[in-house]
Design a protein around this ligand. Structure first.
Ligand SMILES: Cc1ncc(COP(=O)(O)O)c(C=O)c1O
Length: 404
């Protein structure tokens, strides 16, 4: 047999900009683990890595579904009882113009599907900067040029309307809001939502409002769904089980399409084409949606209490550490402190892993204004673990940048 030299199979060039800093750092952590150290991972927003537990009644619901033979494919949009429960949830959130709901394999799939169903080559979608990096990754995958608008750190990370206006082009089709926000933990004010709605009306945009953390509000104020303040504006509200119901591994999310019925009809049909093409979301797990949304919510009080205490500890550390400042997070479980350092935040986090074995994510992995440096902390661990981690980060800053 002649020996044939295998030629390299190249990956699609549009993937060059697909990055997911949160997990990309794992390579540096692996190096450190190989040297025999334990790394404290404050990079991934998975509550089940820490002292949080899935509510037992929803585990029972999935177990029962499996025992009852719900192990085949489900209907593409989702099982009827889950769709009905999501519609009722939309009603509780004050969304009065629901036109369609569908279940996905996590909000990750909602993002992929909703962006894919919207954009043609040469068009763009306004995404926040900093943003949850999946948005940029999906747009890159689709070959769409990124068009990011700034969140304003001086204004508690609210979207910067003037920047949105500046970035708008005749080929802009939609705008993404992440509320509560990952990575900043900020919440959009009602006034901001109204202003974004006005802008969407004026420019004929669809609004994607990612509200996956809507039950994790830490300052006692109610969460305001974008679609509730803008019933006429075409929008898709993204929700899911991963964070609010402590089951990120189940991969259950959903989309709620609302707005003027005529305006969203064709787009909704496009979404359903994609829903059918990927067959269905995880079937047995969908049986947990109704018991989760309509059953006991006791875990939420406990979850919020722990997060509030850990947020406060985080904030106190930021305020008392030279060279660090932070807009206090109001939702989710992330803080995005600014650091005044003479090198890139990517070098900062990599050296922090190597020297102190604490893993946070660099601000540049989410996007940030030029000349600023940040890092994202996941404040899910208990107070003792966080105190130790902040001690290590403080020492690292002291040792590395003595003049601060
Ligand atoms: C803002 C935001 N949207 C979507 C997701 C993805 O969630 P899911 O687990 O439902 O795919 C995350 C996960 O961290 C997130 O932070």
């Amino acid at each position: 047999m002649p020996v044939i030299q295998a030629r390299e199979i190249s990956a699609a060039s549009r993937l060059e900009n697909v990055r997911y800093a949160i997990r990309d750092l794992a390579c540096v952590a692996d190096e450190v683990v190989k040297q025999g150290h334990k790394v404290l991972a404050l990079n991934v927003g998975d509550p089940l890595n820490f002292d949080f537990q899935t509510p037992p009644h929803i585990i029972e619901a999935v177990y029962k579904a499996m025992r009852d033979g719900k192990n085949g494919y489900a209907a593409s949009p989702g099982i009827p009882e889950a769709l009905e429960a999501i519609r009722s949830e939309a009603e509780r959130k004050g969304i009065t113009t629901v036109q369609d709901v569908f279940v996905t394999a996590g909000v990750s799939e909602t993002v992929d599907l909703c962006l894919s169903a919207l954009v043609n080559a040469g068009e763009n979608v306004l995404t926040p900067s900093p943003d949850y990096p999946l948005y940029s990754a999906v747009l890159c995958k689709l070959g769409i040029k990124l068009n990011a608008y700034d969140l304003n750190e001086e204004d508690a990370w609210q979207p910067e309307l003037a920047d949105i206006e500046r970035k708008f082009t005749p080929r802009t089709r939609g705008i993404v809001l992440i509320n509560p926000n990952n990575p900043t933990g900020s919440l959009c004010t009602r006034q901001m939502l109204e202003q974004v709605a006005e802008l969407a009306r004026r420019h004929n945009l669809i609004v994607f409002s990612d509200e996956i953390y809507d039950k994790l509000i830490l300052d006692g104020t109610p969460h305001i769904a974008f679609a509730s303040v803008a019933p006429d504006v075409p929008s898709v509200t993204f929700g899911g089980m991963s964070k609010n119901y402590l089951v990120p591994g189940w991969r259950i999310g959903w989309g709620i399409i609302s707005g003027d019925a005529g305006a969203v009809k064709t787009y909704t049909a496009g979404v359903h084409r994609l829903l059918r093409a990927r067959l269905c979301a995880n079937h047995p797990q969908q049986y947990a949606i109704k018991p989760a949304l309509e059953g006991p919510q006791d875990h939420l009080a406990e979850l919020q209490r722990k997060l509030r205490s850990r947020r406060d500890l985080t904030q106190k550390w930021c305020e008392s550490t030279p060279g660090v400042s932070c807009v206090a997070p109001r939702g989710a479980f992330y803080a995005f402190p600014r650091i005044d350092i003479p090198e890139s935040d990517e070098i900062f986090v990599k050296e922090l892993i190597r020297q102190k074995h604490v893993m946070v994510v660099h601000g540049s992995g989410f996007g940030q204004k030029p000349g600023t440096q940040h890092f994202r902390i996941v404040f899910l661990p208990d107070e003792k673990t966080l105190t130790k981690a902040y001690g290590s980060i403080g020492d690292f800053i002291q040792e590395r940048y003595k003049k601060l």
